[in-house]
Design a protein around this ligand. Structure first.
Ligand code: NDP
Length: 392
């Protein structure tokens, strides 16, 4: 990004995106990156190993009960050790060129916002930030003059395709979806889905929450909301389509009928590297597409009967105001319950639907005017979701 090493912080360094980011750093020229802060929630061993390998300035575990374990694991190293919300603040306050926001869920909102307003560039993987408080988040990025580069593969794809194009020539942006592990299932089969089945994604290796979101197709709905916040345009210019091969990541339709697609092998290291090196590119050992052996690239519509979570997210996007935050809070609560084997797979979407209905009937929330209010809506939606949830 400049002449010296890129000073990088990774929020959520022990997760799937965080670890892939460290792989991109490992593959870089020696001295290309300097790791300033890395964070985790509980996973002290992986965090400490990364801190030692990369001589991180500070390592933070969000769960304060793991502070002593992290301290022990980093005994004798020069890395500063901290924990809890104040520790996350300390990590976010490091002076960096780029921050990778890769904490999962609403928990990532405050740290990402705080770190990004101090950084030159925000590489954003944590889509929930933009779902809960998209407008407020984007306003803060504009006020602090922080460059924002998407990491989600579809958004990284759109970013490349629309970069430096005249926005008035863009008519439609289609995000692709693999369809997840249950694309061909009947409703009857979906009723019998177990947690283990939902955690097996056909094309991508990811954290548990986003893997379940991909199975319900809520992930694609969250991504449409994320895309609208990142790129502007009217909500009805965004749509999603199933493309089971996950080679094409977006399709952008221009006013003259031309459609420009972005393709890459499904590997998060490609969009992560883009977010770290942009506008430059770095060669890597990432598998390239072998077009001669690609037998087909197919598309099909999303079946909203089988995957109602997608429709719920589209409805929330259209409604705006507090609806996306309510959707997200309810979904996080429902996915956590599903991962704890407390509810069935189809009850994830049912819980979100009931939460949204109830919050609207009771007119519980107005639009958030600041981040505290957005997080308050998220917290209340989680409580409401617990109330309406039918447990096993
Ligand atoms: P993971 O679950 O693999 O990792 C999440 C990270 O966040 C871990 O470092 C975890 O720490 C940390 N964390 C979890 N809860 C908290 C908390 N309450 N406070 C602080 N830190 C916390 O998630 P992914 O890497 O899969 O996803 C991260 C984000 O990126 C999500 O928003 C996801 O939607 C998005 N994304 C992910 C993609 C992927 O391929 N994985 C693709 C595109 C977007 P610990 O390890 O200690 O639990």
């Amino acid at each position: 990004m400049g002449d010296g090493p890129t000073r990088l912080s990774i929020l959520g360094a022990t997760g799937s995106v965080g670890q892939s980011t460290l792989e991109v750093v490992n593959a870089a020229k020696r001295g290309a990156f300097q790791i300033k802060a890395i964070t985790a929630n509980n996973n002290v061993d992986v965090l400490a190993a990364a801190a030692r390998t990369h001589d991180a300035e500070i390592a933070v575990v969000a769960n304060p009960e793991r502070y002593q374990d992290l301290k022990d694991a980093l005994f004798g190293s020069e890395t500063i050790v901290a924990a809890g919300p104040t520790g996350l603040d300390e990590a976010a306050d490091r002076d960096v060129d780029c921050v990778m926001a890769a904490i999962v869920g609403a928990a990532g909102l405050r740290p990402a916002l705080r770190a990004a307003t101090r950084a030159k560039r925000l590489a954003i993987a944590n889509k929930e930030c933009l779902v809960i408080a998209g407008e407020l988040f984007m306003q803060a990025m504009a006020a602090s003059d922080t460059e924002i580069i998407p990491v989600d593969s579809e958004h990284a794809a759109v970013f490349q395709v629309i970069n430096q194009r005249d926005p008035s020539t863009i008519e439609r942006i289609l995000l692709t979806a693999s369809g997840g592990p249950f694309r061909t299932f009947t409703l009857e089969q979906l009723r019998a889905v177990r947690c283990e089945d939902a955690l097996k994604h056909p094309n991508w290796s990811m954290g548990a929450k986003i893997t379940v979101d991909s199975a319900t197709m809520m992930n694609k709905g969250l991504e449409l909301i994320e895309a609208q916040q990142l790129f502007g345009f009217d909500y009805d210019q965004f749509d999603a389509i199933i493309h089971p091969q996950s080679i094409i990541h977006c399709l952008v339709e221009f006013c003259d009928g031309s459609v420009v697609a972005q393709m890459a092998h499904p590997d998060m290291r490609t969009p992560i590297a883009q977010s770290l090196y942009w506008p430059s590119r770095q060669s890597d050992d990432i598998q390239k597409i072998d077009f001669k052996s690609l037998s087909e690239l197919t598309f099909e519509p999303i079946d909203e009967q089988k995957f109602p979570a997608f429709r719920l997210a589209c409805d929330a996007m259209r409604k705006g105001g507090p609806a996306p935050a309510v959707l997200n809070g309810a979904n996080e609560a429902a996915v956590a319950a599903f991962l704890d084997r407390k509810i069935h797979f189809l009850d994830i979407a049912t819980t979100v639907a009931k939460t949204m209905e109830k919050s609207e009937q009771m007119n519980l929330f107005g639009p958030a005017t600041n981040i505290d209010e957005a997080l308050e809506i998220d917290a209340e939606a989680r409580k409401l979701a617990q109330d309406v949830m039918v447990t096993i």
